[in-house]
Design a protein around this ligand. Sequence first.
Ligand code: 87F
Length: 518
Amino acid sequence: MSSQLGIEVKKDADFSTWYTQVLKRSEMLEYYEEVSGCYIIRPLAYYIWQEIQSFFDSAIKKMGVEDTYFPMFVSQRQLEREKDHVEGFAPEVAWVTKAGSSEMENPIAIRPTSETVMYPYFSKWIRTHRDLPLKLNQWCNVVRWEFKKPQPFIRTREFLWQEGHTAHFTKEEADAEVHQILELYRQVYEDLLAVPVIKGVKSEKEKFAGGLYTTTIEGFIPTTGRGIQAATSHCLGQNFAKMFDIVVEDPNALANSEGKEAKKLHVWQNSWGLTTRSIGVMVMIHGDDKGLVLPPRIASVQVIVIPCGLTVRTSEEEKKRVEEKINDVVKELNSSGIKAKADLRDNYTPGYKFNHWELRGVPLRLEIGPRDLQKNQTLSVRRDNGVKKAIPLDELITCIPEILNTIHKDMFEKAKKIYDEHVKVILKWEDFVPALDGKNVVLVPWCEQEHCEDKIKEKSSRSNTEQEPEDDKAPSMGAKSLCIPFEQPKEPAIVPGETKCISCDGFAKRYALFGRSY
Ligand code: 87F
């Protein structure tokens, strides 16, 4: 069976084959042959999604967000109510046009996002400022019929996400929430998945067209040198409120109104989303030539315990003692909240089992044999760096959680160091494309003009620098702005009216992060 095999290609040699082999052979994912761009999320990966859900869900509940579920279908009339934002996305909307064999009189769209599904009801439910804030979230699937090459988790035609939609009385309150949510997204990536991200705001060109501004966390895939949008938190301003007539009576005007119709105020709205793409980013960043490497906090098996050193000369008694000890260890770990499991299959060698669990990314392996019993210890082996360490069996309950925390910390710091080393501060245009070609993203002084962003994309595409044609390994793609980071480089400082834009004749406003991207 193919799932029994190891990984046949090196991550650095053929990244896209490596990625699909890791996903399939670790049993995270299966290809769904029926429909291109759709995949089966298997238990190992779905467990990760559930861990993300439980972390994020409990955090937003504390903020007063409530769960909800709206239908997955939208009428054409409703979908097209917010023209500006739907226009650019229209080619990706999938439609149901037939029921059985008969054409439907009114085809219905499958939600690509739920603004136009939900906001007519926001309009109905919100009457006075006392109905605010309204904070709803739903965990669901959405469909975007993309035509770019699909990639499991990263770009799929159906994906899972949460979409939060909130309405507030004041802009200040909406602004604060946008940033609170972005911070939670950072925590999902950095504190659960051990994936470093950069927080910032999107350019006018890259923001959600229907909104006021878009904040984002941006990740980085070192092997390809490309940036990847990890999650977005939008302030929609009053745009949708105006379109969908979501208004409250002005509480101040009301007090001194004499029978006259009170002034209506449009609410301030936000929307924010995090998708199963997060799982793909985590795999791409941490995986190695042996397969998956899971950060401990999201691993369904954190510790695998394997009997070792049993030979044909080992007595049945001794073998039994080893196995009993292993079962005790697993029980003890489980009862203190550690997800441990024993692999006592006797038709496989220890070496086979090592490979099996390494491929599946289990963060820590414990080996126990007759000699370990004598010394009352076990040998621990870390998945992330292979480091071995003997642990006294009496100290498991204190040592293992410490090791798992250290693994998380080391995985994050290793990934963060690589990201930091590949963010290059570039001050001259001549250095821009070479830096991208060196698999970096770049921080550049930028004027923040949309036409300048178009020009940068054009000037940085390969067809323009007379090199190889488009290919997976040699992306010809031009650079986009990924974000304008909240944390700006201190040196050299941008002097307003003096520092020039990296690309055009204008003056730079701030440093922007540019890169080829997913
Ligand atoms: C595709 C088809 C139709 C993205 C689309 O980011 C509409 C859209 O509105 C569309 N693709 N978007 C933007 C989604 C914005 C926003 N929605 C709530 C999010 C997070 C969750």
